[in-house]
Design a protein around this ligand. Structure first.
Ligand SMILES: NC(=O)c1ccc[n+]([C@@H]2O[C@H](COP(=O)([O-])OP(=O)(O)OC[C@H]3O[C@@H](n4cnc5c(N)ncnc54)[C@H](OP(=O)(O)O)[C@@H]3O)[C@@H](O)[C@H]2O)c1
Length: 244
C-alpha cells in the first residue's frame, strides 16, 4: 500500500510501538490520528503535532469515544495496537477476574468492535488496511502470561478468518489485513524484563515495511525464527516458549 496521503488511526498511539508507528507513518506522508488515555502522554503526542482521541479502551465507552472523536473523517488504515498484559501464577493465588476482564476488553473486544464499526467506512475507500498487532506469543504461549497469550492467539485466529473474507472488499480491490507479531520490544510494557529487547523504532519500521508490501503477516525480529520453528514443529515451538 502506498502510505502517502492515507489517513490512519492507531489505538494506543501515545507511547511504545504505537507512537513509533505514528511517527514513521507521518514521515511517509500519512495523516495519523492516535488514541491514548494518560494525560501526560496525550499532551506530549499533541506537542508533536498529532491529533489524539482520549479513549480508555477497556470497555464499550472507549470505542464510542473513538468513533465520536473521528466524526465524519474517512479512514484508510486502522491499526489495532493498544494492548496490555500481565503475568500470573495460579499456584500462588487466583487471578483477579476484573483485571482479566480489562485485558480481554482491551486486547480482543475493542479491536473487534472497531473493525466491525469502521468496516463500512473502510469498504468505501479505494484501498484500505487493517493491522492487528498481536505478538510472537500468539504462535506459542509462555507459562507466565496465560491471559495475555490467550488474547493474542484469539486475535491471530480472528485476523486470519477476516483476511480470507476481505479479498475484493473495497472498490479498488481489497481490504488488506495484516497481522504484526512483535518480539520482546523495549517499551513500558516490558520495563520489568531483563531479556534482550528490540527497539520500538526498529519494530515499527518492520511493520511499516510490511504494510507497504501488502504483507499478510509481519514476523518482527526474533519472531521470524519462532515462526520458522513453529512451521516445522508447533510442539517444539510450544515447548521452547513455555520455558521462555
Ligand atoms: N512491548 C513488547 O514487548 C510487545 C511484544 C509483543 C507484542 N506487543 C504488543 O504491541 C502493542 C503495543 O505494545 P507496547 O509495548 O508498545 O505497549 P505500551 O508501550 O505499554 O503502549 C501501549 C499503548 O496502549 C495504550 N493503552 C494501554 N492500556 C490502554 C487502555 N486500557 N485503554 C486505552 N489505551 C491503552 C497506552 O496508552 P497509555 O500510555 O495512556 O496507557 C499506550 O499508548 C500491544 O498490543 C502489545 O501487546 C508488545
Amino acid at each position: 500500500m502506498k502510505l502517502a496521503g492515507k489517513t490512519a488511526l492507531i489505538t494506543g498511539g501515545t507511547d511504545g510501538i504505537g507512537l513509533r508507528l505514528a511517527r514513521q507513518l507521518r514521515a511517509k506522508g500519512a495523516h495519523v490520528i492516535l488514541t491514548g488515555r494518560t494525560p501526560g502522554r496525550i499532551s506530549a503526542a499533541q506537542g508533536e503535532g498529532f491529533e489524539v482521541i482520549t479513549a480508555e479502551l477497556t470497555g464499550p465507552d472507549g470505542v464510542d469515544a473513538v468513533l465520536a472523536g473521528l466524526g465524519a473523517r474517512q479512514l484508510d488504515i486502522l491499526i489495532n495496537n493498544a494492548g496490555m498484559g500481565t503475568t500470573h501464577d495460579f499456584r500462588e493465588a487466583l487471578p483477579d477476574p476484573a483485571a482479566d476482564e480489562r485485558i480481554l476488553w482491551l486486547n480482543i473486544h475493542a479491536p473487534i468492535r472497531l473493525i466491525v464499526l469502521l468496516m463500512p467506512m473502510l469498504r468505501a475507500r479505494p484501498e484500505a488496511m487493517i493491522v492487528n498487532v498481536t505478538s510472537g506469543l500468539a504462535l506459542a504461549p509462555s507459562t507466565a502470561a496465560a491471559i495475555y497469550c490467550a488474547t493474542k492467539a484469539a486475535m491471530r485466529s480472528y485476523t486470519q478468518s477476516l483476511r480470507a473474507q476481505m479479498k475484493g472488499q473495497t472498490k479498488g480491490g481489497r481490504i488488506h489485513v495484516l497481522e504484526a507479531l512483535p518480539p520482546v520490544v523495549d517499551t513500558a510494557m516490558t520495563a520489568h524484563m531483563t531479556k534482550a529487547k528490540m527497539t520500538p523504532e526498529a519494530c515499527a519500521a518492520q511493520i511499516i515495511a510490511g504494510m507497504e508490501r501488502n504483507e499478510s503477516q509481519v514476523n518482527v525480529g526474533m519472531v521470524k525464527l519462532l515462526a520458522a520453528v513453529h512451521a516445522v514443529s508447533p510442539a517444539i515451538a510450544r515447548r521452547f516458549m513455555l520455558n521462555f
